[in-house]
Design a protein around this ligand. Sequence first.
Ligand SMILES: NC(=O)c1ccc[n+]([C@@H]2O[C@H](COP(=O)([O-])OP(=O)(O)OC[C@H]3O[C@@H](n4cnc5c(N)ncnc54)[C@H](O)[C@@H]3O)[C@@H](O)[C@H]2O)c1
Length: 342
Amino acid sequence: MIKIGINGFGRIGRALTRINLRHQKYRIVAVNDIDEDIHNHAYLLKYDTTYGKLRDDKVEVEGDLIKINGDSIKVFREREIKNVPWDEMGVDLVVEASGVFQNVKQAHEIINGSVKKVIVTHAPNQGIDFSYMYGVNSDQYDKSRHHVISSSICDANALGPFYTLIEREFGIDVGEVTTLHPWLSYQNLLDGTLQSVSSPGHLWRDYALGRSSIGSLIPKETTLCSAMQKVLPDSVEKLHASSFRTPTSIVSSIDGVFLLEKSTTLEKVQEALEAYTEKYPGVLKLDGRSLISIDYLGNENAAVVDMRWLYLNKGKMLKFVLWYDNEWGYTSRVYHIISRLL
Ligand SMILES: NC(=O)c1ccc[n+]([C@@H]2O[C@H](COP(=O)([O-])OP(=O)(O)OC[C@H]3O[C@@H](n4cnc5c(N)ncnc54)[C@H](O)[C@@H]3O)[C@@H](O)[C@H]2O)c1
């Protein structure tokens, strides 16, 4: 069984661990986090405000091990990814989920011995061999050359497949999208400073991001276009995006329009979407039910296309709404690409 190591045991690291409990495809053998309180790591894994309690799984601490249903995960407390003995633990692939750039810079240094690949769970500008998105550019992945691989960001994982399909079938002249993204741990509960909690030492630039995360929609810039460009270089000239932080804890949405190059019909767009979902199972899901964001909690798809709002104006202007669980959906994508990369 493929052995996984996780660097950074926060929202994404713990979601990955829970997803593995459900699918049992890999063995997680090592976790590293600067937070030294192993009992708190075990507690946060067992009890989760967003996803609920792990009811049927036994989580225990024994020395430097977290045991889940008897399976041991060794917990390390290193600040730098290169100081964790991944190779000694027989780890095949490390998921770098600390979000700290220093760890991305060091990622190539840990590719030795048993460690063959590192997946970085964001889209840094440097230090990456390839940005991989299944169903988008996965055919360009070269196992012999690409070792440190970005799994991009949640918003790009949601938009990428839809964008790729529409571009390929009908051509995109220009596109304008707004991401609606729940609060993140670096934001403040009450108005405050811009000091980042999740990335110590980092200061966010926009004063609005220091404002209370509950009670207001906070407009902000997004890294969606630069992340898309790393996977789909041609999108740079076509796509523009902005974002709102929403006062909700989980599940994002993208509300957008594409001006198509070729005139078409809504039926043809629907047919193309259906064909895509068959070709790339698990990536896009089509849903016409009258649902709201929280109903997509725990959804494993990269994005759900809300068929109620798919609308074609004069055969050329395609309006769409996508839903995605920014933690569980994104981490499920990371989870499913692990075996494809090795
Ligand atoms: N939360 C999301 O919706 C989401 C979605 C997609 C991608 N991401 C990306 O995944 C990464 C992690 O996000 P998260 O939401 O899990 O953040 P988080 O703050 O919940 O978790 C980060 C964890 O890393 C630990 N950490 C910090 N510095 C470290 C270091 N030097 N070495 C080891 N561990 C360290 C922290 O203690 C924390 O437990 C970020 O890059 C984020 O942009 C997050």
